[in-house]
Design a protein around this ligand. Structure first.
Ligand SMILES: [Zn+2]
Length: 283
């Protein structure tokens, strides 16, 4: 049976200043940023890559906190949650057996509480940053309420595997060769991309390694001022973040058949969603 991969937008963030953030629209208009997630059907059950916010988060800003709610201005719409969309596809929350997180920021990890039977895969450095925050940025960005339910964590570290010149680690060991965690540290201490082998070639979910598709422009990489500032405020290491962006552009230049996208560029999400369905390469 072919195993379909779905592109889901599991939250929409609308900070003020569309022109400064999206690069178009009014100066004071609301911008649109998606939370691009993947849902993978597999022999290992459903696998979710990033979650967006939880159902509870869409009913009250209590868990995400007022500061984050004000800065991100999320659309409070329960129908955008991963759980709602997964049930609409005919599955149940218990079908989700694995969640792979690019990092632990609330807009990426808030939804893990909706899937109590899932193993939560994350890089060990990101787990440390989230559970034992060291810097001021780490103390304000993570919300320990989001893992108060004591999830079933599975921590990963790289052990020498390589993927197109990047470090990598198989998320499900030998059970599923098509799914790799690709460390892209810099946005946060243990931030990673997630690579998936599909019938249409490799897909790399770059998480927050970049924010705007123009940053991956091979001739003239650039970013809007609003998203440049956002990335600088959040970064754990500017040198690593910029180095990774350079490496991602090289990957794109040398391998035009690899599809790259990030979490928050809504245009990239729309492009991916409009493409014909894709499936896991191996069954
Ligand atoms: Zn993000």
């Amino acid at each position: 049976m072919a195993h379909r991969i779905h592109h889901l937008n599991c939250a929409t963030l609308c900070p003020q200043g569309a022109r400064l953030i999206n690069g178009k629209g009014g100066l004071f208009a609301k911008s649109i940023l998606s939370c691009h997630c993947l849902l993978i059907e597999s022999n290992e059950g459903l696998i979710l890559i990033d979650t967006g916010f939880s159902v509870e988060d869409m009913q009250s800003t209590g868990r995400m906190g007022l500061l984050i709610a004000k800065a991100m201005n999320p659309v409070m719409d329960v129908e955008q949650t991963a759980l709602y969309q997964i049930e609409k596809l005919g599955f149940s929350r218990n079908d989700v057996k694995h969640i792979v997180l690019t990092h632990l920021d609330p807009d990426h990890a808030g939804g893990i509480v909706d899937f109590p039977h899932a193993k939560i895969h994350v890089h060990e450095k990101e787990y440390s940053a989230g559970t034992e925050p060291c810097t001021l940025v780490e103390k304000y960005r993570y919300r320990s309420q989001m893992w108060q339910h004591n999830p079933d964590w599975q921590l990963h570290r790289v052990t020498g595997e390589r993927w197109f010149g990047f470090d990598s680690v198989h998320v499900l060991n030998n059970r599923l060769q098509d799914l790799l965690l690709v460390p892209l540290h810099g946005h946060s201490r243990g931030h990673c991309g997630v690579a998936v082998a599909t019938t249409e070639g490799w897909v790399l979910h770059c998480g927050d390694a970049y924010f705007h598709q123009s940053e991956m422009d091979l001739d003239k990489p650039r970013c809007t001022p609003g998203l440049s500032l956002t990335q600088m405020i959040d970064e754990s290491s500017r040198a690593d973040r910029l180095h990774n962006q350079q490496q991602l552009r090289s990957l794109k230049r040398d391998n035009p058949d690899i599809t790259l996208f990030c979490s928050h560029d809504h245009g990239e999400f729309e492009t991916c969603s409009a493409c014909p369905p894709i499936y896991l390469k191996h069954v």
